[in-house]
Design a protein around this ligand. Sequence first.
Ligand code: NAD
Length: 249
Amino acid sequence: MSKVAIITGGGSGLGQATAIRMAQEGINIAVVDVSDKGGNETVERVKAVGVDAIFIKADVSKAEEVKSYVDKTVEHFGSIDYFFNNAGISGSGKFYLDTTIDEINQIVDINLLGALYGVRYVAEVMLKNGGGSIVNTASSAGVIGQDSVVTYSATKHGIIGLTRSMVAEYAKDGLRVNAIAPGPTETPMVRAFYEANPEMKENATGGIPQKRLGTPEEVAELVTFLLTSKAEYINGEVIRIDGGFTSTK
Ligand code: NAD
C-alpha cells in the first residue's frame, strides 16, 4: 500500500518542493497550510506526478486545527507514515528590544507551539500503527546565535530540543525524529525578507562559503531521504544544509 505523508507549510517553499519530491517516490500527500492558494497549487502539482493528495486548510498555531488536520488525514488515507513538520514564519529582522510582545508571541505560536502540537497528535497516530518518521524544520538560527532573529532563533533551538527529546522517549517504539537546519534558501519567505532587508542578503551570501543561497529542491532531497526507510538508522540528528555557513561560525 502507498505510504502517506503530512507536510505543513506545504503551500510554498520548502514544503511545496518536498511534497513534489515525495510524490515522485509514490507517496500520497496531505498538504497543510493557511493559504488556500498555495495549498491548492501544491495539490495540483502533486497529483500531476500521479499520486493522491488533499489540501487541508489549518493554522498550525491552533491546537484544535492541528488535531483536525491529523484526523482528516487519517480519515482520507487511513494512516500517517511520514510527517514534515515545517510550517513557519521569519521574524521582522529587528533587534530584539525593538520587537513587540505581539511579534514575539506570533513567532513562538507558529514556529514552536505549531511544531509541538503537530508532533503531539501525529506521533500518537504513528505509535498506534507501529511507528513512523518525522522531520522538523529548524534553521541555521537553531544551531548558532545571530543578530536580528532572537525570537526566531529561540523557536528554532526549541525545535532541536523537541527532536532530540522525542527520540529519548519513543525511538524504542519505532519512531524516528530528525531535524534539518537549512541556511538561507531561496524561497518566497526568504525573498520577501531580503526585499525588506537588502543589506542582510549581501551579508548572508557573503558569509556562506559556497557563496550562494540553497534551493528548495536541495532541501526536499534531504527531507525525502531522512523521512523514508533509506535513513532507517538515523535518529535524533540535526542535519545542517547551509553551504558551509554554520561550520565557519
Ligand atoms: P515559505 O513562506 O515559502 O513557506 C511557508 C509556508 O507556511 C507558507 O505556505 C505559509 O502559508 C505557511 N504557513 C505560515 N504560517 C502558517 C500557519 N500558522 N499555519 C499553517 N501554515 C502556515 O517559507 P519557507 O522558506 O519554505 O519556510 C519553511 C520553513 O523553513 C519555516 O519553518 C522556516 O522557518 C524554515 N527555514 C527556512 C529557511 C529559508 O531560508 N527559506 C531557512 C531555514 C529555515
